[in-house]
Design a protein around this ligand. Structure first.
Ligand code: XBP
Ligand code: MG
Length: 241
């Protein structure tokens, strides 16, 4: 019992459930990506240190490499935006993802409470679920191998990652692609997101979106979401909406 109000997911209404990854499945931005960025900057010799406040602002930009370029522009680091500077940023980003993998492997990004329970309920009800993220594919693979994949769940029915799209969230491309691959209309799927960019991406594709708030987006505007929850523990699968 959480003391929080339950939210019923009506499976007569949806043919698939599509989960965002970062922030939605685990607090990967707070516990994984941010520490990995700062470790990568130090190891690359970049004199950058991102605070939690910086990162809350930086999360307006999806994509880690893109986020680093936004920071360089923000602080007026022109050198970082030259051809040679961008090569350094690219290497730092690759290093960040390797370090992120090590953090996840060490168990520091546990799945959010209640998530596996409702995914298991989807499996039991025969409702396909998938993941729609614009993080790098390797970051999904390491999270799957070290947590979700060990929970006895079915394999995701569809996986869309950053490399699969030309335009990252809030562009609708990732959600449109996932629905296409499932052979479904976006309006027949439910997206599960934690961020305004994710909500916008789902909405722009025509997909209803449930928000389960995370650390960085606790105070964000989620107008238009079909519900805004504090925890996955509030979801009850199978009941009327
Ligand atoms: C997640 C992101 C990503 C991750 C870092 O977006 O914004 O940029 O923070 O991943 P989504 P990379 O909400 O679509 O999951 O460094 O691999 O880009
Ligand atoms: Mg997210």
């Amino acid at each position: 019992m959480t003391g929080l109000q339950e939210w019923s997911l009506n499976l007569d209404r949806y043919k698939a459930v599509l989960f965002d990854v970062d922030g939605t499945l685990a607090e990967t931005e707070r516990d994984g990506h941010l520490p990995a960025f700062n470790q990568a900057f130090a190891q690359t010799g970049l004199p950058w240190v991102w605070t939690t406040t910086d990162y809350a602002w930086l999360l307006k930009t999806t994509g880690g490499y893109e986020r680093m370029q936004v920071w360089a522009r923000h602080i007026g680091d022109e050198q970082a935006l030259t051809d040679s500077g961008l090569q350094i940023l690219r290497s730092a980003h690759q290093l960040k993802n390797r370090l992120y993998g090590q953090i996840v492997e060490s168990g520091q990004c546990p799945l959010r409470p209640g998530l596996v329970d409702w995914m298991r309920s989807l499996d039991q009800a025969g409702c396909p679920w998938g993941v729609v993220t614009t993080t790098s594919r390797g970051n999904w693979d390491v999270l799957w191998a070290n947590s979700l994949g060990q929970a006895g769940l079915s394999e995701p029915a569809v996986i869309v990652c950053g490399e699969d799209v030309t335009h990252k969230k809030p562009d609708p491309e990732a959600y449109q692609l996932a629905a296409d691959r499932l052979g479904l209309a976006p309006s027949d799927c439910l997206a599960v997101e934690d961020s305004p960019n994710g909500l916008k991406a789902a909405q722009a594709s025509g997909m209803p979106c449930l928000v389960v708030k995370s650390f960085y987006f606790d105070q964000a505007d989620f107008t238009g979401a079909c519900a805004v929850l504090a925890s996955h523990q509030q979801v009850r699968v199978g009941g009327p909406a």
